[in-house]
Design a binder for this molecule. Structure first.
Ligand SMILES: [Zn+2]
Length: 85
């Protein structure tokens, strides 16, 4: 009888440890999943180069004046100011 109780306790402990390890592995897998999802989204948007500072940025963030492209409103102003001087 004593032996059976010991076996039951050991099985229970093994089961608890196993479920903790499994949960930790699942969490790790879920944390790693979003990374490959983000990559195609980044690749979809075309990268442009700012005529003022030379920084590369996504097309949807661009500020355009004629053929010139800028990363922000501030750099558009700076470039236009330089042209007018
Ligand atoms: Zn810029």
């Amino acid at each position: 009888m004593n032996y059976l109780i010991r076996v039951a306790i050991i099985s229970f402990v093994v089961f608890i440890v196993w479920s903790i390890v499994r949960r930790a592995a699942q969490q790790e897998a879920e944390e790693q999943r979003p990374v490959p999802k983000l990559t195609p989204e980044v690749k979809q948007s075309k990268m442009l180069r700012c005529d003022e500072c030379g920084v590369h940025f996504p097309q949807e963030e661009s500020v355009q004046v004629g053929k010139k492209i800028f990363c922000c409103e501030e750099h558009k102003k700076q470039a236009l100011q330089r042209l007018s001087d």
